[in-house]
Design a protein around this ligand. Sequence first.
Ligand code: NAI
Length: 860
Amino acid sequence: MSTDRKPAPAAGREPAPAQTAPTPIKNANIKTATVIGAGTMGAAIAAHLANAGLTVYLLDMAAPDEPAPDASGDTPADAPAEHAPRNRIVAAGFERMRSARPAHLYTPQLAQNITLGNLEDDLDACVGRSDWIIEAIVEKLEPKQALMARIEAAAPAHAIISTNTSGLLIAAITAGRSADFARRFLGAHFFNPPRYLYLLELIPTPATDPAIVQQLRTFAIHSLGKGVVICRDTPNFIANRMISYIISQTLEFAVERGYTVDEVDYLAGPLIGRPRSGLFRLLDVIGIDVMAQINRNLYTLIAHDPDRDALQAPLHTAAWDTLIAAGHLGSKRGQGFYKTVTDDEGTRAFWTLDLQAARAGTVDYHPPQTPDFPALHALRRAPLVERLRAILAQFDTDPQDRGAALVWHTVAHALVYAARRLPEIADSIVDIDRAMRWGFIWEMGPFELWDALGVADTAARMTASGIEPPAWVGEMLAQGHTSFYTTEDTDAWVYDPTRTTYVPVAGDSVRWDMPAIHRKGKAVYANDSATVHLVPGTETTPQPMLLLEFHSKLNALDPGSLDALEAARDALLEGTGNTDQRPTGNDGTSVAGLLIANAGVHFCVGANLQHMLDAAQAQDWDTLSKFIQRGQYLFLDLRRAARPVVAAPFQRVLGGGVEVCLAAQRVVAQAETYLGLVETSVGLIPGWGGCKELTRRHVYPGADSHAMPAGLERIFDTIVGARVSTSAHDAQRLGLLDPDDIVAMNPMRLIETARAQLYALAAQPRPKNAAAQVYAAGRAGRALLDARIEDRQSRGQFTDYDCAIAHQLAHVLCGDGDAGWQPEETFLEREREAFVRLAGEPNTQARMAHMLRTGKPLRN
Ligand code: NAI
């Protein structure tokens, strides 16, 4: 491999000044922002800034027929009542955002961070107080330019100004503005919906100060949780430029060859590592008219691009015209390539457009049909690359195979277009890969996929199909470089076609993620369900740490997971357990603590239901009781350990997964974490200390002995309703996370943040063996909960069996004696007995079996 650690500047570009990668500014001092334009994007961006804790002003045009109020305040916050009628447009956008699903805000309460205003009365005051001003108005150059003139007059000297344009040239928007304005102006292109899509494209112009780019980049990564790709100011930047071409190419091929909508979305979806939306559902989401407009604009802007004719394809596709003429523009109009049909029983189905009928001018929808590709279907559980290899082998054998032919067409064109557009649209291969993974949720970027399929083989197959790769790919291969990416020691390198050599994968590197743990750590205990790693320290944090990684299917907890947790516990606790397994640092120092983290799709979906159902059906109460008791005492040990235990949950965290988190001294949860003690939905109650832990944390005696103790109702409702949080913030509201647990915005930095937290806790003194007392509300509390259950039943909210479970829960939470403080162990015994009792009930077993069969709860 030829490497070049001090790469020469790219041809035709100025070398970057030596110090364009300043040390990261962790807290980039952006506390207040104004978002202008409260449409689809502006209101949703405002929501995400509110999620991040910013003070946000959201402005839109003043309602045209309302008179201006008397000047009565500096900001909309000072005079909301007078301004209300004038704020009709912004208020409508704000309300649409608040009622949209999936929710833009982590919790409804975060809407309080947003103040509404209008551009006539409030622009100066709001912009004047802002550190960041974001323009998200209509996609037209003149209004954007006019708005920039007003912003320039009002913005404080330090403020950053950005546009969310998806198609206009950034430099054109600053035309007429001063050099100082241009210095702090750039494109900041969010993807829809901004809360959920990881990508943020930042597009500086040649006039933008690199320090401003770096400031916003750092802020976006750490405070907004975004993955940042720096783009060039070329039409539609990276992700949209790529996707417009890929959609258009695939669409023409599919329509001309008579594929159905169901077939295309099957072939161009998860089967090839792209999202479920495939192609037509994605078009419905974007809007069929919007896509047409995007393609038209892009076509005129890229006269130099020899592939641009592909963009005309959809516009020439008669099916497209039929939909536009009928006003069926996609999801926003309720139908497009798909139509939601609800039958007499209220069941919804997504019917699909008959493309061939639409070509002839008729709009006709069919019920969904499972595409008939048995050979491909058989591959669907294989890993992506293995699956694609098999499909391409099928194509080699039979190029007429309908499934394999479309897959090869869309994959080949995506790969080759990415290669052809370098270096025009991106500085690096990495940027294109990241843009497609982060912006469109592709499992692998085009170059990563090409590498995995074999660069030379794939290039040869392309040539044979008449899809010629650009010359630089052939030159790279001729130089003996057989892949776009390579590693040397543990560093990642990427081929740079301009410099014709490998360069380090730029910036942004996350120091501690699961691959880094695997590289640097040593597995000290492992089974099929989980591994315990001993991870060496660093110069600043010399103690090693333990990291427990779940890796069973969906990270469900089974006896193997408990074995690994026990091995980790024994290693953590001084003088207990299996000393052979108890790792210490090389110099004999003990470990700093235990981090429970993984890089699965979900952190943990709870205890393995099949295991419990098997024991229940075999009436093996001893095994079941021991399985529960093991977990209870294991979690008690972890919570009481002298060294810190930190859990780093993300995505779905259910049942036993929540109890793992409740056993930790501190939780560092990714913002998108959906926690729930959902045991009642399978006829059970939390048995591994979940009932006890919520009671310990939240229930205290009330002032009046006849009143409900503080906190009891809240935790009862959370457990009995099997409530699942809609975010980590919401989990704090439900009491499933503590207020001092930490919410980490950036999913890729979760392990890094949790690790830092572990070492911070390890540096603090900690009381040993903190056994606690738990307040049991006794007979009186139980009577209050029983009344609540009967009330729910009388209102038809609970079935008889729901009531039976709820009464068991009330018994566990309150006990049957006098109200008072109890040792944790007493509480755990009640929990365990109730759990095993419920597991013996036929109705519970029916709920468990139904959940295992259908993935849905049974309300029997
Ligand atoms: P939209 O049409 O939903 O909202 C635009 C908002 O701007 C409306 O509330 C409108 O009242 C306001 N507005 C229109 N003309 C104005 C003017 N002259 N002065 C002040 N306000 C005005 O548009 P959307 O979809 O939110 O797009 C906004 C920007 O974001 C556009 O530049 C678009 O290209 C870009 N974008 C859109 C994405 C999407 O998925 N919709 C994704 C990424 C970027």
